[in-house]
Every structure is written in C-alpha cells, then in structure tokens.
Unconditional design. Structure first.
Length: 547
C-alpha cells in the first residue's frame, strides 16, 4: 500500500498476547509490513482465547487473535534450532523495527540483545515492552495488564466513595503500553530519518500506567494527602462544580441505562418540560442546583421512575433535542448495531477470513489521517501446519533492503527536537502536547486572555484555586512554553496566523468548525501551508450526527 504513511517500513514482530500485538497492529494499519514470528514450540494463548467464532476452538477462530492481528503476515519458526535462528537473523537484517513483549532477559538468552541486533543491522530500532522495563531491581518480575494497573496506582483510584477499590475489569494497561510502543517507534523512526541512528526503546507497563496518575501523585507530594479519602474517588455524581441531576438511570428492558447531566437551572427547566411537567419535578426543593444537590436522592428516585418505562435511545434523543446532556450506556452489541455515529463514519468493516467467513466485522482504524488514512486490508494471518522441513514461510521476507537515511548526523536531545508544535487545547488535548514536548518538540501552548480552561481543573495547591495552582495543569504542561493570544482581536488573529505559519503541527480540541467560523481553522489556513499537520481532538470526530 504505497500511499500509506508507513509504507516501506518492515517490522519483525516477536510479540504475543495483547500489549505487543496492539503496538504492531497500529503500525500495520498504517501500512507497515508487519511479519509475526510465531513460535513453533508454543501457541500464542490468544490464538485459542475466547470469544471464539463457532462451538469449537481452532487455531484461527479466536476473536481476540483476529482483533489484534489484522493486516499482518506471519511465519512459523523454531528459534531454538540453528536454522530457525539463522532465518530470524536474516529477518532482523531486513527489518526497520524489532519488537517483543517477553519478560526481561528473554532476548538476551537468545543472544539477541540490542547490542547483538546492532551487529546484524546497525540502524535497527528495537522496542521491548515488559512489566517493569529492562533495568532496575524488579526487571525480572512479570506482569499482566491488571497487575500493572494495580502497581501504577490506577486500581486504587477506581470505584465509589467509601467502598473498596473496584478495579477496571479489563487489561487496559496491556493496550496502553501497546499504544506507547507504537508512539515510541514512530518517534524513533523520525529520529533515524534525521540522524541515521537506531536505538533501543524500553517500555515499562507500570510506568505507562503512572503517566495517568500524575495529578494524583502531585496532590500527594504537594498537598500531602492520599487519593482515597472522604468523598474521593468522587463516584457517579462527580463534577466540578457539583451539579444535580448527574447520574445513571434505569430504562425499560434488562440492564438498560441512560446517563443524564444537568449543568444549570435552564437545563433543568428544559428537562422538566421534556418529562411532561410532572408535579414532583416542580417542587421547590428542585428549583435551584443547590437545593437539588441537597435533595439528590429524592430527585434521582423521581427521574428513575420516569426513565424506567422508556426506551433508552428514544429518551436520549428526546433529552438531547431539549438541550439536556444525555447518553445511552451502550453494550458492545449496541456499538455495532445501533450507534448512529459509528454508522455515519463507516467504522465497521467486513473482511473475509479463511475460517470465520466473509462477514467478519472489524472495527475501523484510528486516528483518521486526511491524506494517508490507515486501512483494513487483510484479516489476521492463519496458522497452518507445514510438512516438516518445509521452509516456505521463511521466503516471505526475502526482499527489500534496510533503509537507513541520514541528514549528516546532527545531534538532537530528543527524537522530536526541531519540531514546532502549536497547541490550543483545554483538558481534552493537553496530554498530546505533553507527550511531544517530553520527547523534545518545541510545544507552544496558546492561551486566551483568561488563561487555559485547564487551569481551572483541580486538584489545586492547598485546595486554593488559581491560574498557577492547578496540579492537573501543572502535570500536563511540563516542557511547554506558552503565550497569551486574544483570537477576538486583530492583533491576536495576526499572531495566531504567524505562529501557525512557522509550525510543523497544530493540536486543537475546539468544537468542529469553531476555528473555521473565524477564519483560523484547518480549512481556512491549510491551503497556504501545505506541509502543516493539523490534529483535531474531539469526543466524536469532525463528522457524523454526534460531531
């Protein structure tokens, strides 16, 4: 697929289970030639993991395996045999990236440490994903996603006030570590394109989880208090400031729910009208947000009686049409069969599979790139038995050369040094800028005269709000610079255009079309700046009925 952004990049994929295959799936979706090396001595557990298609487990009908391994090729190899190791060396020599998520020390035991790989391929990028990383006291311990979640503090932070930690119920840190692996590989490829240098990427799942706990850690180190305390975690009614109603309410049918958040008195009056003006809702106890908070249990009970006899989707549309924030608590089946937003954006795609049939549906590729979008091309590679001694799978990679480009060996302090990023975001997009800034990009945060809205997000130093006292803002804006720009003034408009003209990347999280209505958005400025990369972060994307 020569029109895809990673076309021409070859990945030697030694990964298994979830974390590593998540990283290589991202690379494959955007055009990289990912070749899975499957181990003849053992079957990847998710090849036989449930859910499965059909009644009997085979090597090719696992939903898990097919989800993580689309767009890839594979080969079966016995790396404990001299011929198998020789073939693996040849694949490494012809690859841009080698990635694995074994326990620390496994590749060392194969005599394939990073130093050894460099002798095979001087420009190789080697990415390892493990529980604790490849150095330190705990490097030999192994983890799963839920273990890494607990060790990073995320499990402690979940749940309801006054109740034990609830956990997350899923291996989120396996996925998150995989996303970090893909991001890091792209950064390393950018660095190699500039300098010719490969490198080792050492990803710890626990550390990747701790990135998500930064404001809570600052709350402890600055304010000296634990995250779990009276009222924390905040539970279903969480909001700053507190609002009511703000909860999840039962609907008709089994385990059907709708979330409703009323932010002010005007939205409450709109909801009362949508409910048909029931007498209980016009009670003086519910006339203001303060009084609704004081009588929240009675309020929730009344709303629950009203919602419990109604279809959740019709109810959502009714409330949204009235201007009341509301959303269905969707099941996985809902996302496939009833979600209008996904349908409008053509999110689901059917790809033929040798064993699972023609109509196997896969989720789409994210993020969406306007000129070089990733694509669903092939289902996951099947594992077929070959006669002993048949080396046909090995011939799949016997083409191409290792591409190492250099711009003269310019020394850089981070893989993204030399890139300028203009960031115009609130709480939604600031982490994206932080990830780039931490890796050397010059990130300039644009703030309105009143300051970024993220400065108003707690916790605060000593619980005293202030533009320079938000620990949340503090954490998410390390390594950035900032400038005040008034986009409502002619001088500010000129400054914005000048800054954007000198940038490589713009990140913004405005509502779709908000900047273009004043001539300052992607559609307005892009024609004059062909090389600009513009990243918009919104809850549902730029298109579709929920945009």
């Amino acid at each position: 697929m020569p029109d895809l952004p990673l076309s021409g990049i070859r990945v030697c994929d030694l990964t298994w289970i979830i974390a590593g295959p998540t990283a290589t799936r991202v690379l494959a979706d955007f055009g990289a030639d990912v070749i899975r090396v499957e181990h003849q001595q053992a079957i990847d557990p998710i090849r036989v993991g449930r859910p499965i298609n059909g009644e009997r487990t085979t090597l090719n009908n696992s939903g898990f395996f097919n989800y993580f391994n689309r767009n890839k090729r594979s080969m079966l190899l016995n790396v404990r045999h001299p011929l198998g190791m020789e073939l693996l060396h040849r694949l490494i020599a012809l690859s841009d990236v080698v990635i694995e998520n074994f326990s620390s020390g496994v590749l060392d035991s194969w005599e394939l440490s990073y130093e050894a790989q460099k002798t095979i391929n001087p420009g190789v990028i080697y990415c390892s994903i493990s529980g604790f990383g490849h150095s330190g006291r705990d490097k030999h311990f192994t983890t799963w996603g839920p273990t890494a979640q607990a060790l990073s503090g995320l499990t402690l932070m979940s749940g309801l006030p006054g109740e034990p930690p609830a956990g997350w119920g899923y291996s989120y840190m396996d996925h998150t570590a995989g996303y970090y692996g893909a991001i890091a590989i792209l950064m390393a490829l950018h660095h190699r394109n500039r300098t010719g240098e490969g490198q080792h990427i050492d990803i710890s799942q626990v550390e990747a989880g701790m990135v998500l706990t930064g404001p809570a850690i600052l709350d402890y180190t600055v304010n000296g208090r634990s995250f779990r305390r009276p009222g924390m975690p905040p539970g279903n009614h969480a909001w700053e400031p507190a609002i009511a109603p703000h909860n999840t309410y039962p609907c008709a049918g089994e385990d059907r729910w709708i979330a409703i958040a009323v932010r002010n008195d005007a939205e409450w009056l709109a909801m009362v009208r949508a409910m048909g003006e029931p007498a209980w809702a016009n009670d003086g106890r519910f006339s203001t947000n303060a009084s609704r908070l004081a009588h929240q249990d009675e309020l929730d009970a009344g709303i629950g009686v009203w919602t419990s006899t109604r279809d959740e989707y019709r109810l959502m549309h009714l409330l949204q049409a009235a201007g009341v924030p509301a959303g269905v608590c969707q099941s996985p089946g809902d996302r496939v069969e009833k979600d209008e937003q996904f349908r409008a954006r053509n999110w689901w795609a059917a790809m033929p599979h040798a064993e699972m049939g023609e109509a196997s549906e896969f989720d789409g590729v994210t993020p969406r790139l306007s000129h070089t979008p990733g694509t669903n091309r092939t289902a996951s590679p099947p594992r077929r038995a070959h006669p002993r001694g048949d080396n046909r799978p090995a011939r799949a990679f016997e083409r191409g050369v290792c591409r190492v480009r250099s711009d003269g060996g310019v020394h850089v302090s981070g893989p993204l040094t030399g890139l300028r990023v203009i960031e115009y975001t609130g709480p939604l997009g600031q982490l994206a800028g932080k990830l780039l800034a931490d890796m050397g990009a010059d990130v300039v945060a644009i703030e309105p005269p009143a300051g970024s809205p993220a400065r108003a997000v707690g916790p605060f130093v000593d619980d005293v709000p202030g533009p320079d006292r938000s620990l949340n803002y503090w954490y998410h804006n390390t390594n950035k610079r900032s400038v005040i720009v008034d986009l409502t003034a002619a001088e500010g408009v000129a400054a914005w255009k000048s800054l954007v003209a000198k940038a490589d990347i713009v990140i913004e999280d405005c509502a779709p079309g908000e900047l273009d209505t004043v001539g300052l958005g992607h559609a307005s400025l892009r024609p004059a700046i062909d090389s600009l990369i513009w990243c918009s972060i919104t809850p549902f994307g730029q298109t579709g009925p929920w945009a």
